[in-house]
Design a protein around this ligand. Structure first.
Ligand SMILES: NC(=O)c1ccc[n+]([C@@H]2O[C@H](COP(=O)([O-])OP(=O)(O)OC[C@H]3O[C@@H](n4cnc5c(N)ncnc54)[C@H](OP(=O)(O)O)[C@@H]3O)[C@@H](O)[C@H]2O)c1
Length: 318
């Protein structure tokens, strides 16, 4: 019933200006979505459904899937950024079609609307990547309840909402699921407890979904990226403000992997149906240390926190 209401709302109540056929220009479909591309033969190409497609890893994944012959259903909160990404993709890959939907992963209805529009304008989904995520940093005892809930609403409930929105498609197509977790879900550092807890939940959900979907021929891949060159860390703690802060990334440049490299590795892992993939050397090393030398890992974490506090003290005395 809820699905029917959404369908009516999505297709009829918002102004619908027409489906793109053979045109490579932006078509406004509804108040919340647009279509760009040449979808002259709908249904002939596989479809990738990606959340957080407006920037960073999600945007790079969109390019990687377009390169591999997929049509794309992208969503994020910033419609202007999505629009830009769609234009860039269709310029580089003129045969690709892109559906953009303004959706906040915290709200299941918005992802259901993306899913309905995807079926209507592209096809049913073959690959879904629950990528949208934020990091709320701060000492656990100091974070407000609102901040802590926001962290879980986006990273945990958002992931659940994403997969549920395309569940039927996954079963129908024996599809593929990519869940973007974090090394922090295994190696939890001080000052990032809420983020680490949310990514530990992603890890557990990946394990459960893997078992639940395997009998249906659906693969589930849990991705742990490690430090990647995006705006992610610049946005930390800005749990309501999405503007990036350039000065906030304290991770040395040599430790950050280029985002296009990360996207290629992620797509390879999902295509091959791997259960889990840690993308970086330092990520693998951290997980190894945590697993086999937990006391040493704990010692380093205390040192890192002490260094962070010292640097704050120095900054405030300047
Ligand atoms: N970069 C790293 O070093 C790193 C390391 C480990 C794990 N990760 C994980 O990788 C994923 C992507 O991060 P990134 O590095 O690409 O960060 P990013 O550059 O900040 O991009 C985050 C994406 O998520 C979207 N997003 C955030 N909140 C959303 C919401 N409530 N609803 C819908 N979309 C939302 C953003 O779009 P809008 O702002 O337009 O909504 C943006 O497209 C995250 O899950 C993150 O935890 C990143």
């Amino acid at each position: 019933m809820k699905f029917l209401c959404l369908l009516v709302m999505t297709l009829f109540l918002f102004p619908l200006q027409g489906k793109a056929m053979g045109l490579c220009e932006i078509q406004i479909l509804t108040q919340h979505s647009f279509f760009v591309g040449v979808n002259a033969n709908p249904g002939s190409r596989p479809v990738a459904f990606i959340t957080g497609g407006s920037a960073g890893i999600g945007k790079a994944l969109a390019f990687e899937y377009a390169k591999r012959g997929y049509d794309l259903s992208l969503s994020a909160r910033r419609a202007d950024q999505l629009d830009e990404v769609a234009r860039e993709i269709t310029e580089m890959f003129p045969e690709a079609s892109v559906l953009g939907t303004r959706a906040d992963v915290r709200y299941e209805d918005e992802l259901l609307a993306q899913s309905i529009l995807t079926r209507a304008y592209l096809n049913s989904v073959n690959v879904v990547i629950a990528n949208a995520g934020v990091a709320v940093s701060g000492n656990l005892s100091e974070l407000s309840e609102e901040e802590f809930r926001f962290q879980f609403d986006v990273n945990v409930f958002g992931l659940r909402n994403t997969i549920r929105a395309v569940h039927e498609d996954l079963l129908e197509n024996r599809g593929k699921v990519g869940l973007i977790g974090s090394v922090n879900g295994i190696v939890a550092f001080p000052n990032s407890g809420a983020y680490s807890a949310s990514k530990a939940a992603v890890r557990a959900m990946a394990d459960s979904w893997h078992g639940e979907y395997a009998p249906h021929g659906v693969t589930v891949t849990h991705i742990l990226p490690g430090f990647t060159e995006t705006e992610f860390r610049q946005r930390e703690s800005h749990f309501q403000n999405t503007e990036a802060r350039a000065e906030n990334d304290r991770i040395p440049t040599f430790l950050r992997q280029p985002v296009a490299v990360a996207a290629r590795k992620i797509v390879n892992a999902i295509e091959s149906g791997r259960r889990q993939r840690i993308l970086t050397f330092h990520g693998n090393f951290g997980v190894f240390l945590e697993k086999y030398f937990p006391s040493l890992a704990a010692f380093f974490k205390v040192k890192i926190e002490a260094a962070r506090l010292r640097s704050i003290e120095q900054d405030s005395s300047l």
